[in-house]
Design a protein. Structure first.
Length: 393
C-alpha cells in the first residue's frame, strides 16, 4: 500500500482493532461471566499487515474504577489456546510489568521486538489480580478467548480447567512498525462489518478478507451500532474521533453505517415481538435526510485530517424482522445520495453485491445467514470481492 498521509519508516500502524463498548451496551455476552478477579484472560487476534515491532493497546475506557493488570504477555498463537515455543514475550508499561489504568483511559504497552508476517495470529494474556468493576469489552468475539484461574500468563499451554470468554475484554488494538511505510484502512460499521453470521474462528468477515489482499485493515464495527444515536455501543458520530481519526497510520476510512438508523426508525412499534429489541435503542426516529447529514459530518471531519473517506451502500433486508416499505424507501434514498452526490471519495456498492437481481429489495438466498439481513461466509466474500483495491493506492 502506498502512503497517503505522510506515513514514514518507523511509524506505528494499527493492524488490528476491536471497538470498545461498555459491558451493558452490547449483546449481553458477559452477563453470565463471573466477576473477573485473580484470573488470567487469554485472547487470540489475527493481525492484518505485519511488522518487526509490536505494541498492544489495552482499554479501561468504559471502566468505572481503575484497572490493575498484574502481568501481560504476547506470543504466536497455536490453535487451542497454546503459545508457540520461543515466541512468548512479557509486556511492560513504562518499564514495569504491572500497571494500573485509570477509569476512562486506554494504555499502550512498551514496544517489543517481535517480527510478524501478515495475517499472523497472536495470543495475548492479561492477569487481573483485582476485581474488574466494569469490564470494557467488544461484544461479541469471533475468536476464542479463555478465563483461567490465577496468574497463568506465562503458561505456554492452557490448563485443563478454563472458562470461555465470550467477548473481547480490555483489549482494543495491536500496532506494528512495518518494514516499509504503510497506512491503515479503518472500517466504522455495524454488525455487517463485525461479521455477524460468519463462521467463528475462520476469519471470514469482509474486513478480514480485505486484509488478505495485502492491506492493513482495522475493523471498528459494532453489532447493532448506529450513526446518529447510541444503543449497542456509542454512536458512530460520537466515537469517530477515538475509533477512527486517532488511529496510528490512518490512511483511509470506510463508513458502513446507516442500516440500523433506518431499521430502528421504521420498525413497526406495535409488534410485541420487537418490543424488547427496540427498547435497546433510545432516541427519536431519524429520516434519510438526517442520515445524509450525519454522513456529511463524518466526511468533513475526515477531510479536515486529509483522509480519504468511502461509504458502503446500505444492503437489502426484505424478509428480516424489521423490514417495512418505509425502510426500503429510506434505504433507496440514502443509497441514491451515496452513489450520486460525489460527497464521498468513493463508493463501495455492497447493495449491488448482495441484492437478488430478480428481487432487488432482498439479499440473494445463497449470500445471507438465514435472517435476510446478515451475510454468511459466501456473502462476506462477495462484499470483499466487490471492493476495488485501487481505491487504496
Amino acid at each position: 500500500m502506498t502512503e497517503t498521509n505522510a506515513a514514514a519508516d518507523n511509524a506505528w500502524v494499527r493492524t488490528w482493532s476491536a471497538a470498545p463498548q461498555a459491558p451493558d451496551a452490547g449483546l449481553g455476552s458477559l452477563e453470565d461471566v463471573p466477576p473477573l478477579m485473580d484470573v488470567t484472560l487469554r485472547q487470540v487476534v489475527r493481525i492484518s499487515g505485519g511488522g518487526r515491532r509490536v505494541r498492544v493497546r489495552l482499554t479501561n475506557e468504559y471502566g468505572t474504577t481503575p484497572l490493575t493488570v498484574g502481568a501481560a504477555q504476547v506470543g504466536i498463537a497455536i490453535p487451542g489456546g497454546d503459545v508457540a515455543q520461543g515466541s512468548a514475550q512479557g509486556l511492560t508499561f513504562a518499564g514495569r510489568s504491572a500497571v494500573t489504568v485509570p477509569a476512562g483511559a486506554p494504555i499502550l504497552s512498551d514496544p517489543i521486538d517481535l517480527p510478524l508476517p501478515a495475517l499472523a495470529k497472536l495470543s495475548i494474556s492479561l492477569y487481573l489480580p483485582e476485581l474488574v468493576g466494569s469490564c470494557t469489552c467488544h461484544d461479541t468475539s469471533l475468536e476464542s478467548g479463555w478465563i483461567v484461574a490465577g496468574n497463568a500468563v506465562a503458561g505456554p499451554t492452557l490448563p485443563e480447567k478454563t472458562e470461555p470468554l465470550p467477548a473481547r475484554a480490555l483489549l482494543s488494538a495491536v500496532e506494528v512498525q512495518p518494514d516499509a511505510a504503510a497506512t491503515s484502512i479503518v472500517v466504522l460499521g455495524d454488525s455487517i462489518a463485525d461479521g455477524f453470521g460468519s463462521t467463528p474462528e475462520a476469519n471470514r468477515t469482509w474486513p478480514e478478507l480485505l486484509a488478505e489482499r495485502d492491506f492493513y485493515v482495522c475493523n471498528q464495527g459494532i453489532s447493532g451500532n448506529r450513526m446518529l444515536n447510541d444503543g449497542l455501543g456509542t454512536s458512530g458520530l460520537a466515537r469517530f474521533d477515538r475509533d477512527v481519526l486517532a488511529t496510528p497510520g490512518l490512511g483511509y476510512v470506510i463508513i458502513s453505517l446507516g442500516r440500523n438508523d433506518i431499521s430502528i426508525s421504521t420498525a413497526p412499534r406495535d409488534d410485541p415481538a420487537l418490543a424488547g429489541f427496540l427498547a435497546m435503542f433510545p432516541g427519536e426516529p431519524v429520516t434519510s435526510d438526517d442520515i445524509i447529514a450525519g454522513y456529511r459530518q463524518l466526511i468533513a471531519r475526515a477531510h479536515d485530517r486529509n483522509i480519504k473517506i468511502y461509504a458502503t451502500t446500505v444492503t437489502p433486508d426484505e424478509g428480516s424482522e424489521t423490514y417495512t416499505a418505509q425502510s426500503e424507501s429510506a434505504r433507496q434514498a440514502v443509497n441514491g445520495w451515496i452513489r450520486a452526490s460525489g460527497a464521498f471519495d468513493g463508493v463501495l456498492d455492497f447493495d449491488a453485491a448482495w441484492r437478488d437481481p430478480s428481487h432487488p429489495s432482498r439479499i440473494r438466498d445463497d449470500l445471507h445467514a438465514g435472517d435476510h439481513l446478515h451475510g454468511n461466509d459466501a456473502g462476506y466474500q462477495a462484499l470483499a470481492d466487490s471492493i476495488d483495491p485501487s481505491l487504496f493506492n
